[in-house]
Structures are given as structure tokens and as C-alpha cells.
Design a protein around this ligand. Structure first.
Ligand code: SDX
Length: 393
């Protein structure tokens, strides 16, 4: 009656889970995928290798990677009727809303990918979504720019074909790939690939636990990632930095706003539920931002504003007391911008990076035959009451 709960001894507490995929130590700022440090993977691996590692648990041999890549390429054509679904959206639609809808629509064109119980059928669904998701992601940009929709160029790499589908100009000869952009995007996708039980991954696991199918689970994950407190923060960071720039570059006002309890404004790209130290990904991305902008010859004043804001916040007692540090979203948008990726597409790039992690977590949950997710609550509502006729209310 008091609202406190005692878990029945036999209750399967499905609010949290065991997982062997990603390890975080928030105090020490450690992130490892299947035991390998994020620093080593970002430096030495490529995105498809890391996707394989996350999903199957081991770094692939040459043969395994080739077969994985071939199996993905074999599935990269997206059903023509999906273009009709896309055409139904207004140009003003946010790419994340379009991507979530298109991902769910994939189920309609691939019905055999829904009730998958065997490892073999799971694998078929996995290579399908790995192949088609980047095509859909690129189409969300093409839709905004009212440009032709291309399928994957199967003669080039995973990241290269994503860039080409996004930026290939209509009626022009081949899109010229820039090695710096390809390498930087590959690294960013690795850094975003998984992050244990964050909001969107927990969403994928809980939707998948009802056996709703992989594509529907990923679609739900895209919707969760969209929020500005989660993946949508990378877009919100740039909008915040632009506002600071427009306001003369004075960061102190924004620091004060972020500390004001009566003001809902938060310093976007700062803070984290787990990291109470520097997000190791933020460190790598900050370094990469200097390198990429230098190599591309891009002078972006908001990089200096970002560094000034970071310095001011890290020296401010409010942020120090709450152990608030820059997170993965603080610098990533500056690199995306330098690559020519529009701000509204930043969270779509986060989703393309996070896809292998969502898949790995879904596969782990299904292979472990976990029960349907059912987090508990602490009831704090009314105790039992008798019904009152409307005349007596
Ligand atoms: C991602 O979970 C993951 O792993 C996510 C992610 C991934 O890879 O999947 O890492 C990706 O989502 C990174 C986070 C991106 N979001 C943002 O940058 C939005 C801004 N950050 C905050 O909204 C916040 O820090 C969260 C949402 C990230 C974390 O929120 P928590 O853990 O619920 O922290 P909290 O709200 O309890 O804050 C604790 C205190 C509060 O102050 P007090 O009430 O104790 O006085 O810190 C304050 C908060 O007001 N605080 C901030 C702040 N973040 C927390 N104050 C100002 N600016 C901020 N950014």
C-alpha cells in the first residue's frame, strides 16, 4: 500500500542485462569493444572490421572479412517501391524521422527477416540491414536536396559508397573521393559503433525482446537516438556554437545559462550518465578535428569557440563538482561540417555508426533467448478507491 515494491523472488528482473560486447569504466574513461580498446580500434581497424568484431565477437580473418563484405554487397539493392515511401515525406521532414520510417518499412519488403530464430536467418537479416541502412541514410539527404537516389556502388568500400551516395552530383561524372574525408568518417563511425546499454541500444534490445524483428528494433533505436539528450546532441552542439558565434563568441553567458536551475538550457555535448571523466571518444575526436580541418584546409571559427567553451566549463566549479566533461557529441559535428555534411544529417551519421552495435546487442539478446523485457516500477499512485457517480464528484 505504501508504493514500495518487493520483487517477487521468481521475478525475471529484465530492466538490466548481462552483455559481453562493450565494457565502459566511467571513472577511468575506458571504452573497449569485445576487450579491444577504442584507441587501438580507431587507430588500426576499419569500420567493417569493427562491425564484424562487435557482432560476432572476434576480429575477422581476411577470408571472413571478404565473405562478410560480399554478403553485404549482395544485399545492397533497395526495393524501388521504397522510393515511393520516401517521396511521401515533405522536404521539411527531419532526416532521422525519415530514416526511422524507412527502416521500419524495410520489413514490408523483406518479410522473411521478421521471424528469425536460427543463427543462419539472423545472419541473413543482419547483412541485409548493414547493406541497406547506409543507402536509406544517404537517401534522406538526397530527399532534402531534391536529388536523384542512387544505390550503392559495389566497386568501392563501405564508407566510400556511403559518401558517394550522399554527395554524387546528378548528371555529373563520378564523385571524387577525398582520402582524408573517407579516413575521418571511417574513424568517426568506429567511435560511435557501440556504447553498452545507452538509451537507443536499450530500446533496440527491449523491442527485439518481443521478437518484433531486427528492422523494427533498429527503427525504434533510430527514434530513440534522435533525441537532443542522446544522439541528437551532435546537431544541438553546432547550433549552440553557432549561437555563441552570432552572439560575439562570449561563452560566459552560455556557461551561466547552463548553470541556471530555472533555465532548461544545458551545455550540449557536455555530461554523461556513465563517464565521470573525459569521454575517451571525445579526446580522439578533438584531436581528429584539428587534423581533418588542417588537411582539408578548412578554417572553422566554431572550433576555436568549442575549445574556449570546453576550457571555461572545465575550470568552472559547477561543472567540476558534477564531473561534467565533453562527450562524444561535442566535437564530432565540427568534423562532419568540415566534410560538407549538413547539420541535420549529423545524427544520421551517428546512426550509421551505431548500427553494428545495435545489431550486436540484438543478436546477443536473441541468442541468449532472453525473456521479453519488462522493467519494474515503484508504484507511487493512489491506494484503492471506491468509484464515485458523476453527480457526486
Ligand atoms: C550520448 O548513454 C550513452 O552512452 C549515450 C552516448 C552513446 O554513445 O550512446 O554516449 C551518446 O547520448 C552522449 C550524451 C549527449 N547529450 C548531451 O550532450 C546533452 C547534454 N547533456 C545532458 O543533458 C546530460 O549530461 C546527459 C543527458 C548526457 C546525462 O544526464 P544525466 O546522467 O541524467 O545527468 P543529470 O541530468 O542527472 O545531471 C546531473 C547534474 C544535474 O545538476 P543537479 O541537479 O545535480 O544540480 O548535472 C547537471 C544536471 O543539471 N548537468 C548539466 C549538464 N549535464 C548534466 N548541467 C549543464 N549542462 C549539462 N550538459
Amino acid at each position: 500500500e505504501t508504493g514500495a515494491i518487493t520483487l517477487d523472488p521468481g521475478y525475471k528482473n529484465t530492466g538490466s542485462c548481462e552483455s559481453a560486447i562493450t565494457f565502459l569504466d566511467g571513472e577511468k574513461g575506458i571504452l573497449r569493444y569485445r576487450g579491444y580498446s577504442i584507441e587501438e580500434l580507431a587507430e588500426k581497424a576499419d569500420f567493417l572490421e569493427v562491425a564484424y568484431l562487435l557482432i560476432f565477437g572476434e576480429l575477422p580473418t581476411e577470408t571472413q572479412l571478404q565473405k562478410f563484405n560480399t554478403d553485404i554487397l549482395d544485399q545492397s539493392i533497395v526495393n524501388e517501391d521504397m522510393k515511393t515511401v520516401l517521396k511521401g515525406f515533405p522536404e521539411s521532414a527531419h532526416p532521422m524521422g525519415v530514416l526511422s520510417s524507412l527502416t521500419s518499412a524495410l520489413t514490408a519488403f523483406n518479410p522473411k527477416s521478421v521471424n528469425v530464430d536460427s543463427e543462419e536467418d539472423m545472419y541473413k537479416a543482419i547483412v541485409k540491414i548493414l547493406a541497406k541502412f547506409p543507402v536509406l541514410a544517404a537517401w534522406t539527404l538526397r530527399k532534402k536536396n531534391n536529388q536523384n537516389l542512387y544505390n550503392k556502388d559495389t566497386n568501392i568500400g563501405y564508407v566510400e559508397s556511403l559518401l558517394k551516395m550522399m554527395f554524387q552530383e546528378d548528371n555529373k561524372k563520378n564523385y571524387k573521393l577525398n582520402k582524408t574525408v573517407v579516413n575521418a568518417l571511417d574513424k568517426l563511425l568506429i567511435l560511435h559503433a557501440d556504447h553498452e546499454q545507452n538509451c537507443s541500444t536499450s530500446t533496440v534490445r527491449i523491442v527485439g525482446s518481443s521478437h518484433a524483428g531486427l528492422f523494427a528494433s533498429i527503427s525504434a533505436g533510430v527514434s530513440a537516438l534522435w533525441g537532443p539528450l542522446h544522439g541528437g546532441a551532435n546537431q544541438a552542439v553546432i547550433e549552440m556554437l553557432e549561437e555563441i558565434k552570432a552572439d560575439g563568441g562570449d561563452t560566459s553567458k552560455f556557461i551561466a545559462k547552463a548553470k541556471d536551475k530555472d533555465d532548461p538550457f544545458r551545455l550540449m555535448g557536455f555530461g554523461h550518465r556513465v563517464y565521470k571523466n573525459f569521454d575517451p571518444r571525445a579526446k580522439i575526436i578533438k584531436k581528429a578535428a584539428d587534423e581533418v580541418l588542417g588537411q582539408l584546409g578548412v578554417e572553422d571559427p566554431i572550433l576555436e569557440i568549442a575549445k574556449g567553451l570546453e576550457k571555461a566549463a572545465l575550470e568552472d566549479q559547477y561543472f567540476i563538482d558534477r564531473k561534467l566533461y565533453p562527450n562524444v557529441d561535442f566535437y564530432s559535428g565540427i568534423i562532419y561540417r568540415a566534410m560538407g555534411i549538413p547539420t541535420e544529417m549529423f545524427t544520421v551519421m551517428f546512426a550509421v555508426g551505431r548500427l553494428p552495435g545495435w545489431i550486436a546487442q540484438w543478436r546477443e539478446m536473441r541468442l541468449r533467448k532472453e525473456p521479453i523485457g519488462r522493467p519494474r516500477q515503484v508504484y507511487i499512485g493512489e491506494t484503492h478507491r471506491k468509484f464515485k457517480d458523476i453527480a457526486n464528484r
